[in-house]
Write a protein that binds this ligand. Structure first.
Ligand SMILES: C[S@@+](CC[C@H](N)C(=O)[O-])C[C@H]1O[C@@H](n2cnc3c(N)ncnc32)[C@H](O)[C@@H]1O
Length: 352
């Protein structure tokens, strides 16, 4: 999955920025229009201006990961520049992205909008160069794009086995890996083996779950560099902490191409998006273990609706809810569009 999505020059997210969007393979909240970024900017400003969230003086950081073509950051900074000029003067924007090609796309979008941004490859580099973040770390539809591992239940052998990818001479195929294989998912494999025996005994052979150690590791690393402020992720995932989902016996890993979804994830690597539902329960507990306090874990539509309500009660820059804005809000929150499956997780560390 990592190679299919991120291999330099060949990976799906290395090819062209337009894979995301109406004319590409799938829409995101960002490609619906600027409103999503404007609502986020309003919420970020509220956090940053609330006493005790970040230090009263000094530089603030606003850091995006998974910025793709930079459009969301341009929307956020654009709103802040217009409506919170004093705050924006304190903000140093950063993007975390290891890919030189995507940095070029981002530089172009943000440069056109008149913004200067710094880049780091990963949380370790960001931590080193900033000495720790005071501000807001955010991402939209990033965690679902981290490579997952697939674990299959073997009924005959009463154990979980990781699925690997093999070449059968004509195509890529899924293969159960030998029991002695050790991968980043091995701790999860042991954890799932400790589920109650009566539950495991009714699982059909081949029942699949995904685990995503890369997402958990990333959240832990980001928590490690957050000195004060909020880390917020928006993505699609399940609202509760259930580990096994009878309604998804084949797991949730899917391929997207031209707005069509398919379970055929091994076909045409680099030509289709690969994505799996985010286990927000696992991510939230990683943050809690790193000392973060959960501010919000709820459906995105409810969270955005609360931000919308707050905009009505303030001199906020949201006085004009014109027709395009209302239409975008409906697309973001209506269950038939983006309102059903998306969740938000926001965790914070208070300033000392
Ligand atoms: C589904 S797209 C979402 C793009 C954008 N955030 C939006 O909402 O429209 C996922 C993006 O995350 C990026 N990505 C995945 N892993 C990353 C990582 N470790 N660091 C930075 N970006 C990453 C991909 O390159 C891709 O641009």
């Amino acid at each position: 999955m990592a190679a299919a999505l991120y291999e330099p020059d060949l990976g799906y997210y290395e090819r062209t920025p337009s894979v995301v969007g109406r004319r590409g393979d799938f829409q995101t909240a960002v490609t619906v229009g600027p409103l999503f970024g404007e609502l986020l900017a309003f919420q970020f400003a509220t956090w940053l201006e609330t006493p005790g969230v970040v230090p009263e003086n000094g530089a603030l950081h606003v850091v995006e990961t998974g910025a793709h073509d930079g459009r969301l950051m341009a929307d956020i900074l654009g709103w802040l520049r217009t409506w919170r000029p004093q705050l924006v003067a304190r903000i140093q924007p950063w993007i975390l992205d290891p890919s030189p090609r995507r940095r070029d796309w981002q530089r172009e979008t943000l440069g056109r909008a008149g913004f200067q941004v710094e880049w780091a490859a990963d949380p370790a580099e960001l931590g080193q160069r900033t000495g720790g973040v005071n501000g807001v770390l955010y991402s939209n539809e990033l965690l679902d794009a981290f490579p997952v591992h697939r674990l299959a239940w073997s009924r005959t052998r009463s154990r979980w086995q990781e699925l690997g990818v093999a070449w059968d001479g004509e195509r890529f195929v899924g293969r159960r890996m030998p029991d002695e294989s050790v991968t980043a998912a091995t701790p999860d494999l042991h954890r799932l083996s400790e589920l109650p025996a009566e539950l495991l005994s009714v699982l059909p052979d081949g029942f699949l779950v995904e685990v995503c150690p890369a997402a958990a590791d990333w959240w832990r690393e980001m928590a490690g560099i957050l000195r004060s402020g909020v880390h917020v992720a928006l993505d699609y995932g399940f609202p509760d902490d259930t580990v096994l989902r009878p309604e998804h016996p084949e797991g949730t890993l899917r391929a997207y191409r031209a707005h069509q979804v398919s379970g055929d994830v091994l076909t045409d690597p680099g030509e289709q998006d690969l994505t799996a539902q985010v286990d927000f329960g696992a991510i939230a507990s990683v943050g809690a273990a790193a000392g973060l306090r959960t501010l919000a874990r709820e459906p995105q539509r409810r969270w955005l609706t609360r931000i919308f309500e707050a905009t009505l009660n303030s001199e906020s820059g949201f006085s004009e809810w014109d027709a395009p804005r209302v239409r975008q809000f409906q697309t973001l929150t209506h269950p038939e569009h983006l309102g059903r499956r998306f969740q938000v997780l926001a965790q914070a560390r208070a300033a000392t």
